[in-house]
Design a protein around this ligand. Sequence first.
Ligand SMILES: Cc1cc2nc3c(=O)[nH]c(=O)nc-3n(C[C@H](O)[C@H](O)[C@H](O)COP(=O)(O)OP(=O)(O)OC[C@H]3O[C@@H](n4cnc5c(N)ncnc54)[C@H](O)[C@@H]3O)c2cc1C
Length: 440
Amino acid sequence: MNVEGLRSALPSAVVAPGDDGWDAARLFHSGIGEPDAVVRARSVADVQAAVRWASAVGAPVMVRGGGHSAWGSVPGGLTIDLSALADVAVDGSLVSVGGGATWGAVAHELAAHGLGVSSGDTASVGVGGLTLGGGIGWMVRAWGLASDQLESAQLVTAAGEVVEATDASHPDLLWALRGGGGNVGVVTRFDFRAHALPSVVFATLGVSGDARPVLRAMRDALSDAPRDLTVTFMDVPPMDPSAPEGATITACWIGPDEIAARAALLPLLALEGVTEIDLGVRAYPDILLDAPDFDPAQPMPGFVGGNALIADLGDDAIDRLVAFREAHPASVLFLRSLGGAYGDAAQDSTAFAARDATWFAMAGAFDIPGMLDDDERAAAVAEWDAIEPLGVGVYGNFTTSIDPDWVPRMYPPATLSRLTGIKRAWDPENLFSRNHNICP
Ligand SMILES: Cc1cc2nc3c(=O)[nH]c(=O)nc-3n(C[C@H](O)[C@H](O)[C@H](O)COP(=O)(O)OP(=O)(O)OC[C@H]3O[C@@H](n4cnc5c(N)ncnc54)[C@H](O)[C@@H]3O)c2cc1C
């Protein structure tokens, strides 16, 4: 791809093969990408120039927000890196965030105002990808998805124009941005309605022995727990052999009321095999994790399994999920509680449709050479294939690729049909195709 035209439109913003800093410019959390060129946008005007150039030469566009998607390394095309557009401005309860900001920065800025937005569990994850795909965070049961808190947005469309999407001006665009991925444009500013958040109570509970009765009790407890409580069950193999064995439940309670948090967790704390490791009041930014940077010496292993948004977490689903984890020593199992405000939104009110889900589950075996042979890989695929239909949809933000196969599993037909119509109107040439692509 000849990028000279792009260089003259955007002097000093373009990085291409052979340029200083090429490797750093194409680095994603999951690996080193293979784009034809990267534009490090410093302004909305830079984004417009990059989009117009890509449209003129027919180069597909990949947007880099926080760089944490598993598919950042899709080869070819133009990557528009938004990481310099990362301002966070608070005005009353409205927070306006640059399209390349990360959630840690947002949480810090909001905490200074006693406010918070439900995002995800990790500080370095981008506001862009997480919000556009939905965003399941620590306050999902109280405030819904990250995208449910999105009030309006500024985006650069495939035509290179700047559009303000609000419920009044462009309701279809805003609907598509709440779960439809980066299909309709490059979002240069997100405006969220923040909530009062003085602090949280955060707890870590250890789980030993058979996880099945614990998961059943966790499911039952969460079915009528206060919305202020969100929990995650996590069973990850210890990477360090000296680390303690076993799974954990982490729980977040909105606000500093430790007594109320403890009362809500009592059904879990009373269980055999569950121990309190830690429970206390914390500042919300302090509970966010930090994901290590990509290490070329230790590339991310493949992942055989999947995820499902589950409406009815029956005993059979729990048994299958635990059996998956037990069958594969190097595997992970996550369960996150949904329901509450997440389920208040009507199925068709946003592009994220699976509102009847009460749990999000993810299980996968690490595909590490020497650890997973062909038979085990095939077994893991078959086991997961039997679990996924127990759910009502797949959560795109936790898929490992942008294989077109995922799209109909993420969106029910009516949602996909509406998204396709909006895509046709705003990106008829499919410039923004390096995502869970809605084909115009
Ligand atoms: C360590 C880790 C922890 C995670 N924790 C959570 C969690 O707690 N909850 C959760 O819901 N998800 C979580 N995720 C998944 C996360 O939501 C996705 O990986 C998401 O895609 C990351 O967004 P990003 O902006 O960092 O990634 P990027 O790779 O930069 O972007 C992801 C996608 O969004 C598009 N995009 C990004 N920004 C924009 C923009 N401004 N305009 C238009 N398109 C854009 C990109 O084109 C791309 O297709 C986690 C992922 C990791 C790796």
